[in-house]
Design a protein around this ligand. Sequence first.
Ligand SMILES: C[S@@+](CC[C@H](N)C(=O)[O-])C[C@H]1O[C@@H](n2cnc3c(N)ncnc32)[C@H](O)[C@@H]1O
Length: 202
Amino acid sequence: MTHPLMEYLPPVQQQTMHGAGKYSGAVAAGYDAKRSGDPKWTVEQTIIESWLDQMPDGSTVLDAPMGTGRFVDAYARNKFRVYGLDRQPDMLAQAEAKVKQHPGMEALFRVGDVRETGLADKSVDATLNIRITRWLTPAECQQMMREMQRVARSAIIWTARVANHSHARSRELFEQALEGWTITRDVAGYTMDYRIMCAEPV
Ligand SMILES: C[S@@+](CC[C@H](N)C(=O)[O-])C[C@H]1O[C@@H](n2cnc3c(N)ncnc32)[C@H](O)[C@@H]1O
């Protein structure tokens, strides 16, 4: 990956092929094809894209983890400027390929961690944290929420399974980490227990 917009931090040391470390090589290459027909994916895609379309043109967003860049088309049509962060370079390579389909789109990629993004305080309008909470402990989910409040000015959008699963992370867990922000949207994804949420400053 030698795209001029790519910026690198030292790669994380743990590169296991299971758990959250599995998203490299063939898993990254086949990520979209394996998921894009699922109701979980399509419902999530529809709701989040509709929220993105309601944001002002030219907004700056942090997508963390960006994964393969599933929202790149929405970012492009809304003329968003994008920071894409993920701990797996192979996932970001897929996202970069999508960005290249939109000449002129402003995107900066970084290999890094959602709990410590390296961005300046209040440097983006909105953040997206999609399909990450199950890979973080409850305490790490709260750490991520605090980091998003630090870097975001207007909105934090995230997904979480909130009940009836070993990796469930409750709405209350996230609320406890909010300070001067409140949950303004909380809608069902493909099941009642899988939520798509948005927090905004009070
Ligand atoms: C299920 S994918 C979700 C990607 C994308 N948001 C989506 O909805 O398709 C999970 C992603 O989280 C990344 N990841 C896991 N732990 C991370 C962390 N602590 N910081 C940054 N990225 C992480 C993985 O590399 C993987 O790309």
